[in-house]
Design a protein around this ligand. Structure first.
Ligand code: ADP
Ligand code: MG
Ligand code: ZN
Length: 726
């Protein structure tokens, strides 16, 4: 029987599959032949089978090194499903007790066990090494092998110990597998595992069923995402955020907006984490909001969208995370929200780390930026990043192909860059080249005397951004490359040399919308919608009327920004009203009824379509700080002491107190005010506010003739507001 049919038969018998996926068959043959094998295959491509099937067919036990304990158990369970023999697969990691380990060892020694999964940290334990030396090993498999490389998206130092330990246990053929395919990571893995001569099997990383899109991240990002999720109701999706805090916050916001969502991050206890993961897998919730802790080994085939609330730290990570959508070959929308300043923030966080690590991190961030800002087909950029060419003119499934960005001819600019790279002997990075072209006399440039070269300052007609864009896009277009050993040094590629001899058209996008500083404003304000002037003015009238009737100043009822927000978002119930800035439950109850009735009438009469369904409800926003302040005031702790223990300036504490009373919570600070101010002074200021048309501080200072300090006035104003309004 020919080998091919024989293998197919084994595949059917052991796993029930009718045919091999991609190049699984060639890979398996190579392993069976006893060669070292390196497999680069995208997530979902079927890497596990590449070692599982040969392990069943070979004599001895295959040692599989895999990073995640949870992942291991799943894999072992899956193998046991294929076999009648429970002992066929085992794992050793820190979660096993002595009895369990003895059972594992017995099964291995009796030859029942074909696959043994080991966590890298267990592999380094002496007793395990001693044991493994006694048994017959068919081969070693290193899964998720990118963990070896600092250039991967999930570096684990213990992975670097694998090779020496394998040497100690006994050399056998090695198969390394990863879905991470940048040339740099590839190189690292092979070098570190001592398998530079391995046969390399690289599948295409193109995921043709995924749609890639990058949107600028503005103040309305929450609303944009909620809108997207609501438009895709019933579908499963993942929202990735960078910080645990953001994960918590945003999952709460989603829940508050009626979306079935749960959080997932490494800071949660493991029980909660797996409960949330299960709820997602079982489709009890639609959305999981997560850090990158959520993902490796998550095998939900029908995730329909992956949203990046924050841009990840590397393009590699981005590819892995987006890759979790559409694993079943169906639709998968990859939507990233990008702001350049997010990446700058990440860069800042790296300060203090070793310089080499910072360099790596910066480079990775730069590549992420290049991707996000590019006008090129997303597919081309991603695949280029993985060292793979993509020839189609229009992929038909990314934002840039469907809505092309405006480009300008940059043939001459490219010529200048290439000339600079050549003149500087291919020994410098982007940043240096840009300084050089701009004619910046940095100390480095001076030390090389490059300011004496003719080309120095040749690019002064363009700005830094443009030169960066030219270089980035020249890299992507393959005119330049980056040195692998000395990462970041710009080198001339063959195409670049050809271009120097015979220039051709080269188009770039010069400007992008990602660099603008957008000021953060609370989403509650209703975002970009305009204030309804008619409604605004009739609400002001109502406020005036109420203020007369209740004998309180108008601002005590609702402040202007609150009215503006109402005239923007049209709340028509008391619940909705509480989403307005400056309106807490107390105020809504006390004054809200007539306002929402008025708004409702106005909306109906004018057939206004309310943005309410698009509007984001925030979570009851009593931050921990506010709660703790209120509790201490209840215990009559002196305000200056409260400020001190919370690390606040006194004026910052007053800010907090103002926010508290303006949103309708009553606090009694008499104990403090009476302590620090004379009774008649308090009364003086109090009376002023009672009669005043405005709560404006500066006006108060002026009116009160400078007799009181700002702090005193603010204190009394807080007392006044609390008593009058709440
Ligand atoms: P990877 O590790 O590359 O992300 P897995 O090994 O987890 O991928 O496999 C992904 C999915 O593909 C699994 O559900 C697996 O059972 C399935 N699979 C693997 N090989 C085949 C095959 N030849 N035919 C059908 N399904 C396969
Ligand atoms: Mg895998
Ligand atoms: Zn495209």
């Amino acid at each position: 029987m020919p080998k091919k049919d024989y293998l197919a038969e084994k595949l059917k018998v052991y796993f029930g599959f009718d045919s091999f996926k991609g190049n699984q068959k060639e890979i398996i043959e190579n392993v069976l032949d006893g060669n070292d094998t390196f497999v680069l295959m995208p997530t979902g491509g079927g890497k596990s089978l590449c070692y599982q099937l040969p392990s069943l067919m070979m004599e001895g036990t295959a040692i599989v090194i895999s990073p995640l304990i949870a992942l291991m158990k799943n894999q072992v369970d899956a193998m046991r499903n294929f076999s009648e023999e429970d002992g066929i697969a085992h794992f050793i990691n820190s979660s096993l007790n002595k009895t369990a380990i003895d059972q594992v060892k017995e099964d291995i020694l009796s030859g029942r066990t074909k696959l043994l999964y080991v966590a890298p940290e267990s592999l380094t334990k002496e007793e395990n090494v001693d044991f493994l030396r006694q048994i017959k090993i068919s081969f070693y498999a290193v899964d998720e092998a990118h963990c070896i490389s600092e250039w991967g998206h999930d570096f684990r130092p213990e992975y670097r110990r694998i090779r020496p330990i394998i040497n100690e246990i006994g050399k056998r053929p090695l198969i390394a597998l990863t879905a991470t395919a940048t040339p740099k990571v590839q190189h690292d893995i092979q070098k570190n595992l001592g398998m530079v001569d391995a046969t390399v099997f690289k599948s295409s990383f193109n995921r043709s069923n995924l749609y890639y899109e990058v949107r600028p991240k503005g103040v309305n990002v929450d609303r944009d995402i909620i809108k997207y999720i609501k438009a895709n109701e019933g579908k499963s999706g993942i929202v990735y955020c960078l910080s645990r805090k953001k994960v918590e916050e945003f999952s709460d916001i989603l829940k508050a907006n009626g979306i079935k969502a749960l959080a997932y991050h490494a800071g949660m206890d493991s029980q909660q984490r797996s409960a949330n993961q299960d709820a997602f897998l079982m489709e009890e919730v639609d959305v999981i909001v997560a850090t990158i802790a959520f993902g490796m080994g998550i095998d939900k085939p029908d995730v329909r969208y992956v949203i990046h609330y924050d841009m990840p730290k590397s393009l590699e990570g981005y590819y892995q995370e987006t890759g979790r959508s559409g694993r079943d070959g169906g639709e998968g929308h990859c939507l990233a929200f990008y702001a350049y300043k997010d990446l700058q923030k990440l860069e800042k966080f790296m300060q203090g780390k070793p310089v080499a690590e910072q360099e790596i991190g910066k480079q990775l961030l730069l590549e992420t930026a290049a991707y996000a800002e590019s006008a090129l087909c997303r597919r081309i950029v991603l695949l280029h990043y993985f060292g793979e060419g993509y020839q189609e003119e229009n992929c038909g499934s990314c934002d840039n192909c469907l809505n092309p960005k405006k480009q300008v001819e940059a043939k001459e600019l490219l010529g200048t860059v290439l000339e600079a790279v050549t003149t500087l002997k291919e020994k410098f990075k982007t940043e240096y080249i840009v300084h050089f072209l701009l004619g910046n006399e940095t100390s480095e440039i001076q030390s090389y005397k490059h300011n004496e070269l003719e080309l120095f300052g040749a690019g002064q007609d363009e700005d830094e951004k443009t030169w960066n864009a030219v270089i980035r896009q020249a890299l992507i277009a393959g005119y330049l490359t980056k040195d692998i050993e000395n990462y970041g040094l710009l080198k001339m590629a063959e195409a670049g040399k050809a271009f120097m001899k015979k220039p051709v058209s080269f188009k770039i996008i010069k400007d992008n919308e990602f660099e603008e500083e957008v000021e953060e404003v609370p989403v509650r304000g209703g975002g970009s919608c305009a204030v309804d002037p008619v409604l605004y003015s009739i609400m002001k009238d109502l406020r005036k009327k109420l203020s007369k009737r209740l004998e309180v100043p108008p601002f005590v009822i609702f402040q202007d920004p609150s009215l503006e927000a109402m005239a923007t978002t049209y709340p028509i119930t008391l619940d909705e009203l509480q989403n307005i800035p400056g309106v807490g439950a107390g105020k809504a109850k006390r004054y809200g009824k007539e306002f929402v009735e008025l708004i409702k009438r106005h909306v109906e009469e004018n057939e206004i379509e309310r943005p309410e369904d698009l509007r984001v409800r925030t979570v009851a926003n009593k931050s921990k700080l506010k709660v703790s302040i209120i509790q201490r005031i209840d215990r009559k702790v002196a305000l200056d002491e409260i400020a001190l223990t919370n690390g606040l300036e006194f004026s910052e504490l007053l800010d907090e107190l103002e926010a508290i009373v303006y949103s309708g919570t009553r606090i009694n600070i008499d104990y403090f005010v009476n302590d620090v101010m004379d009774e008649d002074h308090i009364e003086d200021v109090y009376e002023y506010f009672k009669d005043s048309e405005t709560d404006d501080l500066e006006e108060a200072i002026e009116e009160l003739g400078g007799d009181y300090t700002e702090e005193e006035i603010r204190l009394v104003r807080i007392k006044f507001l609390s008593e009058m309004a709440n």
